[in-house]
Design a protein around this ligand. Structure first.
Ligand code: UDP
Ligand code: MG
Length: 321
């Protein structure tokens, strides 16, 4: 029987300092699983401004298992993942970071688990957030809690993008052609049987993280908005609540005026109420705006990425074989 093919998809953005080490590790792993599967290494250069692309070209020249796609500019990791998944030829696909924070040593275990056919996906979750700032990990814990509460899809806490999937699941993920991609949510949304393995957080080997606090906040908001419309319902709820409140207040004011007469006072109360209400209205407009802007962008049907250069393998059932 022919050995199955495992595609290893790696999004890279300015990773010249780690690619050498990554390639070395990943080829060792490929050697370890040689009996079980053949490997394809598919690197996605997400518009890097350093030597990433030339390193990838060098690797592709000396090793025919290496393929690459290079974007015309930086499109973001989510686009990189999409490009990788859509160009991978494997029967199984594993997604991992270039900085060795997703240790390749788990690949043999993931592969043997998925080969049993009992699971459609094997995903890694971080048990701890060693080496990450306290405030940052507090915020991300809050994000997972909030997300679980308000959107139907449950994202396991500490879930990473390090995950192996069957071809069937990859195709399901690719069938979601949305422009605003929140891959963690997509993986949870498509369902399938997933086995979770835990590992301890490791720090980046070299280079630096591409995430600032601001970009993490944007990422979280995107995560919630992509999978839930609950924030939209909040405004209706608040609206009803304040109408009832205003009505009760009105009745109370009428009774009070009838009994005690009308003294003009309460200026601070009025100002506070007006400020609060207009703040609330603006905030809910903002929420509405987030959804409208997203459907506006979806409606444009822009491509998720634009490749400037690529060298990828032909899919199995295309004319080659
Ligand atoms: N990455 C990417 N495009 C981006 C940002 C990051 O392809 O715009 C890649 C990056 O090269 C790495 C992975 O995504 O392989 C994770 O990025 P990083 O290590 O910066 O994130 P962290 O591990 O700090 O969450
Ligand atoms: Mg990293």
């Amino acid at each position: 029987m022919e050995k199955p093919c495992l595609s290893i998809v790696v999004p890279c953005y300015n990773e010249e300092s780690v690619l050498g080490a990554f390639y070395e590790e990943i080829t060792k792993t490929a050697e370890e699983i040689r009996e079980l599967a053949e490997c394809e290494f598919l690197f996605v250069d997400d518009g890097s401004k350093d030597g990433t692309l030339s390193i990838l070209k060098g690797l592709a020249e000396k090793d025919e298992r290496v393929s690459f796609i290079s974007f015309s500019r930086n499109f973001g990791k989510e686009s990189g993942i999409y490009a990788g998944l859509s160009n991978a030829v494997g029967d199984y696909v594993v997604l991992m970071d270039a900085d060795l924070q997703h240790p390749p040593c788990y690949i043999p275990e993931m592969l043997s688990t998925i080969l049993t056919g009992e699971y459609d996906s094997v995903a890694m979750r971080r048990e701890d957030r060693k080496g990450e700032g306290k405030i940052r990990s507090w915020f991300s814990r809050m994000f997972y809690k909030l997300n679980k509460k308000i959107s139907g899809v449950e994202i396991v806490e500490g879930a990473t993008d390090y995950r192996m999937m069957t071809r069937q699941m990859v195709n399901a993920v690719l069938d979601m052609p949305e422009y605003n991609r929140f891959t963690k949510g997509i993986f949870a949304w498509v369902g399938f049987r997933t086995k979770w393995l835990s590992y301890h957080n490791v720090e980046r080997v070299a280079g630096e993280t591409k995430w600032s606090f601001g970009s993490l906040v944007r990422y979280s908001i995107n995560g919630i908005i992509s999978f839930s419309t609950v924030p939209l319902a909040i405004s209706s709820f608040l609206g009803v609540f304040f109408c009832i409140f205003a009505f009760v207040m009105m009745v109370w004011l009428i009774i009070k005026t009838l009994i005690f007469g009308n003294h003009v006072s309460g200026y601070p109360t009025i100002v506070t109420v007006i400020l609060f209400m207009s703040g609330l209205q603006l905030m809910m407009f903002g929420v509405l705006g987030q959804y409208i802007s997203r459907s506006y962008l979806e409606g444009k049907h822009r491509p998720i990425y634009i490749a400037r250069e690529k060298k990828v393998k032909k899919k199995k059932n295309s004319d080659e074989e």
